[in-house]
Design a binder for this molecule. Structure first.
Ligand code: ARG
Ligand code: ZN
Ligand code: CA
Length: 316
């Protein structure tokens, strides 16, 4: 009850508008010189008529306060806390904090149209190249020495029972495992909707960041950009099938994955014969060949963070 009273006061304060001198006089307050803004009167009568309104406004206030307190929404944008879990046998695998930070910096550049090569996007795609507007903050690094030479893609690195490291708060923090994966795999991600115990992204220690152990041509941190794209629900641009669909309308249909750095323009032989967007992060080119997300991809990513979305936990 006390909380509701406090909320009503807070809400009234929130809705009280600046008195505008051009406003017509409030007839209900003829004997009082001060004018009242109608918003609070209207709110009071609506609260009297609707017993659930105060509770709903309370929830909105709770949400607002939590979002402000945890700082996860910065300038109206989502900020993702990142937990990095390093598993190493050799000293090279125990990558430096500087190398980890270089990866966080690259994610921030690539997801905010701050990458130096963003202006290399061809004019044909300049209308759809996106500033995704999601940022990343390194929150903690956990390191563990092991005897394993490679970890594979069956999530062994994500559990202490298999010698790995359990994720930290996976419904509100993005967990990144850095280890030797093996089998020519640069990295892999879990899509939204999977089990929280295995949620996150695994990146091979030779393909993370742009310094230290990072190896050409995957030495610009784009493996993580690509995998975080999957973690945010993006499919491969070729739709994992010949002329398949990536469920995004502003990306052209590709025949299949592209490698190396294709010469521009590279035409598809799928219906429409569009110029392929080989410079998209969700293709398979070398790191220096990928430098954009599209607006359609941005919308798909944003959707999972909405309230009711699969990663809504990242908002509070
Ligand atoms: N999962 C893909 C692989 O392991 C990642 C490709 C990333 N591409 C890149 N240029 N970094 O092959
Ligand atoms: Zn992929
Ligand atoms: Ca498409």
């Amino acid at each position: 009850m006390k909380k509701i009273v406090l909320t009503v006061i807070a809400v009234v304060t929130l809705f009280s508008c600046q008195s505008d001198n051009s406003e017509t006089p409030d007839f209900a307050a003829t004997t009082v010189a001060k004018r009242a803004c109608a918003s609070d009167d209207v709110l009071k009568s609506k609260m009297a008529a609707d017993p659930n309104l105060a509770a709903r406004m309370n929830q909105i206030e709770d949400f607002t306060q939590k979002a402000l307190l945890t700082g996860r929404i910065v300038n109206g944008k989502i900020q993702i806390p990142v937990i990095v879990n390093v598993l190493y046998r050799t000293t090279a695998e125990n990558i430096s904090t500087a190398q980890i930070q270089s990866q966080i910096d690259i994610l921030n550049e690539d997801f905010n149209a701050q990458n130096a090569d963003f202006n290399s996007v061809p004019a044909l795609f300049s209308g759809v190249k996106a500033n995704v507007g999601i940022s990343f903050v390194l929150e903690a690094i956990y390191r563990k020495a092991t005897t394993k030479t490679s970890w594979g893609t069956a999530d062994a690195m994500k559990s202490t029972t298999t010698g790995g490291i359990n994720p930290t708060s996976p419904t509100s923090k993005m967990n990144l495992w850095v280890c030797t994966i093996g089998g020519g795999i640069l990295g892999y991600a879990q899509f939204p909707g999977g089990a929280s115990a295995t949620d996150g992204v695994a990146i091979d220690s030779k393909y993370i960041g742009d310094t230290g152990t990072a190896v050409y041509p995957y030495n610009l941190g784009r493996t993580a950009t690509h995998e975080v794209g999957h973690w945010m629900n993006l499919r491969h641009i070729w739709g994992d099938a010949n002329c398949g669909s990536d469920l995004v309308s502003d990306t052209p249909t590709h025949n299949t994955s592209n490698y190396g750095v294709p010469a521009y323009p590279h035409y598809s032989t799928c219906s429409g014969n569009q110029v392929e967007m080989t410079m998209n992060y969700m293709d398979y080119t070398d790191d220096r060949g990928m430098y954009m997300f599209s607006n359609g991809q941005k919308s798909r990513m944003a959707a999972i963070f909405l309230s009711g979305g699969s990663r809504a936990g990242f908002r509070l």
